[in-house]
Write a protein that binds this ligand. Structure first.
Ligand code: NAP
Length: 354
């Protein structure tokens, strides 16, 4: 046990202002078992989240302005590293639009991961577990996922090279996640003497579900990258271009957060790569749920109702039964996730109108 107050173990969460990380911080605090230190980019964000979490005495923040810079975690780990029992490394850029994908996506993901690993062995050698928020993007490309002959499991890696990744934002994001996660596994091998922590990689598919705080929904503005897919469909019309060929796996944000927490207490997850996915969806699946559950949204694009079945019959099999069994809890279904996401959007928009 480290020097934490009240005998509570200390969890460091990088990128604590992020969509997924806020749920992780919330769940950690709810247990009453942990003290949480989150990294955010600015003091303004630290103050905002202190306030949102109602000045919870078990929550504090450190400032890490830019994970692109090598050594970016040194200053804060030099100060608080000795307190940390667990690290959940979620910080990484998640967007697809950029004019310089190497600078905006690849370098921050890879340098950020290298920096936190190096700071861990240097200033926090007592850390027991390190969980990296990787992605299904590190596992399979859309092309691999589209080939109905493929069976994708936790053993797969996307084959995108650094050079190929430079051609567009989507490939760059996929590669950023692959190179960042690989670096963790390689680091453990190369530093087996100093790196004593157990590593788990969480690889979620598309993460949907409500924002932890209503304030993160600003009518007329985009949501975080994954939830924006649902937000865009809520605000679609018959004229909106909706790509009915696009598909993916889905998982709820609460289940992703819970998956991170499970890694702290379940030693069976040590050294594992976990794919967090409940099942597949297409935009049509989401449209059909919205139109059924929110009949008042009469403008929403109809698409071709029910056509998702045919589309999903012709894609790779995502076999993550090993991850599901290891985690041992049931993931939420899409209907419930879409309903909670849309309900929150509508609640905030109606409040704004009144
Ligand atoms: P998000 O809301 O955009 O969170 C990303 C976090 O990383 C934010 O706290 C952000 O800080 C921080 N960050 C990004 N670039 C940074 C930089 N250069 N320096 C310092 N901090 C930086 O996205 P999210 O959806 O919660 O994603 C969190 C993690 O889950 C990412 O690793 C992502 O790849 C992974 N993931 C997400 C999904 C999904 O569907 N949402 C699926 C699979 C994996 P600011 O808020 O200050 O920019």
């Amino acid at each position: 046990m480290s020097l934490s107050n009240n005998n509570k173990e200390v969890v460091f969460v990088s990128g604590a202002s992020g969509y997924i990380a806020q749920h992780i911080v919330h769940q950690l605090l709810e247990t009453g078992k942990y003290k949480v230190i989150g990294s955010v980019r600015t003091q303004k964000k630290a103050d905002l989240f202190k306030e949102r979490f109602k000045d919870n005495k078990d929550l504090s923040f450190v400032i890490v302005p830019d994970i692109s810079l090598l050594g970016s975690f040194d200053d804060c780990f030099n100060k608080i590293g000795h307190q940390i029992d667990y690290i959940l490394h979620t910080a990484s850029p998640f967007f697809f639009e950029s004019k310089d994908v190497e600078k905006d996506l690849l370098i921050p993901a890879v340098n950020g991961t290298k920096s936190i690993l190096e700071a861990t062995v240097k200033y926090a050698p007592q850390v027991k577990k390190f969980v990296v928020t990787s992605s299904y993007a590190a596992v399979a490309t859309f092309a691999m996922d589209s080939d109905s002959k493929n069976i994708i499991t936790e053993k797969d890696w996307n084959p995108i090279t650094w050079e190929e990744a430079l051609s567009n934002g989507v490939d760059a994001y996929y590669a950023s996640k692959k190179f960042a996660e690989k670096q963790c596994w390689d680091f453990l091998k190369e530093h087996s003497e100093e790196a004593k922590f157990k590593l788990t990689a969480i690889c979620p598919v598309f993460v949907f579900g409500e924002q932890l705080f209503d304030e993160d929904i600003v009518p007329g503005h985009k949501l975080n990258t994954s939830c924006e897919f649902i937000n865009a469909l809520v605000h679609s019309t018959e004229k909106s271009p909706v790509d009915l060929t696009m598909f993916g796996g889905y998982i709820s944000v609460q289940d992703v957060a819970r998956g991170h927490l499970e890694c702290l207490t379940n030693d069976n997850l040590d050294g594992k790569r976990l794919i967090l996915s409940e099942a597949r969806f297409t935009f049509q699946t989401i449209i059909d749920i919205i139109r059924k559950d929110f009949p008042e949204l009469t403008n929403v694009s109809k698409g071709v109702p029910g056509s998702d079945k045919k589309r999903l019959a012709d894609v790779a099999t995502l076999d993550n039964h090993v991850s599901k069994e290891l985690l041992g809890f049931k993931f939420k279904e899409l209907g419930e996730i879409v309903d909670e996401t849309v309900n929150q959007i509508l609640r905030v928009e109606r409040k704004e109108q009144n």
